[in-house]
Design a protein around this ligand. Structure first.
Ligand SMILES: Cc1cc2nc3c(=O)[nH]c(=O)nc-3n(C[C@H](O)[C@H](O)[C@H](O)COP(=O)(O)O)c2cc1C
Length: 340
C-alpha cells in the first residue's frame, strides 16, 4: 500500500517523495547539519555520505557516524559501497536496524582507490555483480534498494541502459544517474540526452544529476529528460535556496545571513562548540561566493568563537544597504560595505 500518494512527485516503491529536487550525496558535505538545512529549504529526500560496506561489518567504528540521522529526518537514504555482493548484503542487514527509509548502492564514485577495486564506478564494469547484489538485497532487505550510477566506465564503455535494466530486473526501486563517465570524473558537460535515454529504457523512477546550477537548470533538465527527480550536488553548497527554486542572485544579504545562522546552529548542536564552527568555515566561503567582502570573510573564518562569528555576521548584515540583491552586492567594490 502506498502511503500518502496524493501530492507525491514520485514514489520509491511505497515511499512518497514530495518534491523533485534532491540533495546529492557528497562526502565531506552531506552530514547531519547540512542535510537538516537543505531539508528546511526544500530538499525532498536526502542521502548520507557514502560508507564502505566492510567498515560496517565488525565493531562500531567512526564510519558508522556517517549514518547518524536527525530525529524525524525522512525520507533518508543510507548510501554504501563495496565490491562483493555478500558483504554489501551483510552491511545492509546491519544498517537496516538504524532505520533508513531506503538503502542505496554507490556505483558512481570515480576515485581510484574505490573504483580500481571494483567498487563505486568500478561496479559498472561488472554487470553480473550488480545483478547479484540487487537480487540479494531486494530479496533480503525490507526497505527499497536503489542505485546511483554514471554513464559507464569510459566513452567506449557507456553501458548505462544495460545497467538500468539490470537494476530494474533485479528489484531496484530507483536509479539516480550522474551523467558523466567514470573517466570524465567532473570534467566535460553532463550528457542530459543519456538521462532521457535511461528514462525511456526503465519503468522505475529516474533521478537526473550533473550540471544543475540554477532553478532554470532544474526545469530544463526535467523538460529535456522527463526524469522524475533532479539531484543537485556542488551547486547546493552555500546555496540551499535551489531546493525552493530561488536564484541566489535575487536574494538579499539578510537571506544569506539567516541560512548561515541556522546552518551554524545545526553544526554546533551536532559537532559541539567550537568544532562545529571550525567545520563551518568551508561553508562560510561558499555562502559568500561572488560577494565582494574579503575582510568580512577573513574575519568570519578566523574567529574561534561562535558568538564573535555571529556578531560579525550581524554587523555585516546591518552594514549592507537594505533591498540590495546578492547580484548587486557582487558588483560592489571591496570596502563599500565593510564592518567597523
Ligand atoms: C565533494 C563531493 C563528494 C561526493 N561524494 C559522493 C558520495 O559520497 N556518494 C555519491 O554517490 N556521490 C558523491 N559525489 C557525486 C555527487 O553526488 C554528484 O553525483 C556530482 O557532484 C555531480 O552532481 P553536481 O554537478 O550537481 O555536483 C560527490 C561529489 C562531490 C563534489
Amino acid at each position: 500500500m502506498k502511503q500518502e500518494t496524493a501530492n507525491a512527485a514520485f514514489h520509491v516503491r511505497d515511499i512518497p517523495i514530495h518534491g523533485k529536487i534532491i540533495l546529492a550525496p557528497m562526502a565531506g558535505f552531506s552530514d547531519v547539519p547540512y542535510r537538516a538545512l537543505c531539508r528546511a529549504y526544500g530538499s525532498a529526500m536526502n542521502y548520507t555520505e557514502f560508507v564502505p560496506a566492510d567498515a560496517l561489518l565488525g565493531r562500531r567504528n567512526p564510519m558508522w557516524n556517517k549514518l547518524n540521522i536527525k530525529e524525524g529526518e525522512s525520507p533518508i537514504v543510507f548510501q554504501i559501497f563495496g565490491n562483493n555482493a555478500q558483504t554489501l548484503l551483510r552491511a545492509a542487514q546491519r544498517i537496516e536496524e538504524l532505520g533508513p527509509d531506503i538503502i542505496d548502492i554507490n556505483m558512481g564514485c570515480s576515485t581510484r582507490k574505490v573504483s580500481r577495486r571494483g567498487a563505486g564506478a568500478g561496479m559498472l564494469r561488472q554487470p553480473a555483480l550488480i545483478a547479484e547484489t540487487f537480487s540479494l538485497l531486494s530479496r533480503h532487505i525490507s526497505v527499497p534498494i536503489t542505485g546511483k550510477i554514471r554513464l559507464g566506465w569510459s566513452d567506449e564503455q557507456r553501458n548505462f541502459v544495460e545497467i538500468g535494466r539490470i537494476l530494474e530486473d533485479n528489484g531496484a526501486s530507483l536509479v539516480a544517474m550522474h551523467a558523466r563517465t567514470k573517466k570524465q570524473k567532473y570534467d566535460a558537460d553532463a550528457d542530459w540526452d543519456a538521462i532521457a535515454e535511461l528514462k525511456q529504457a526503465v519503468t522505475i523512477p529516474v533521478i537526473g544529476n550533473g550540471d544543475v546550477r540554477t532553478p532554470a537548470d532544474v526545469n530544463r533538465m526535467i523538460a529535456h529528460t522527463g526524469c522524475d527527480g533532479v539531484m543537485v550536488g556542488r551547486a547546493a553548497i552555500g546555496n540551499p535556496w535551489i531546493f525552493g527554486r530561488q536564484s541566489r542572485g535575487d536574494l538579499q544579504f539578510s537571506d544569506i545571513a539567516s541560512a548561515m545562522r541556522l546552518h551554524l546552529r545545526e553544526m554546533l548542536s551536532y559537532y559541539g562548540n567550537p568544532h562545529g564552527l571550525i567545520l563551518f568555515r568551508k561553508h562560510t566561503k561558499r555562502y559568500f561566493l561572488r560577494i565582494a567582502a574579503k575582510k568580512i570573510i577573513s574575519a568570519l573564518v578566523q574567529t574561534p568563537d561562535s558568538d564573535e562569528f555571529l556578531r560579525i555576521l550581524d554587523r555585516a548584515e546591518t552594514a549592507v544597504p537594505p533591498h540590495t540583491s546578492i547580484h548587486h552586492l557582487g558588483c560592489l567594490h571591496e570596502g563599500e560595505w565593510v564592518i567597523d
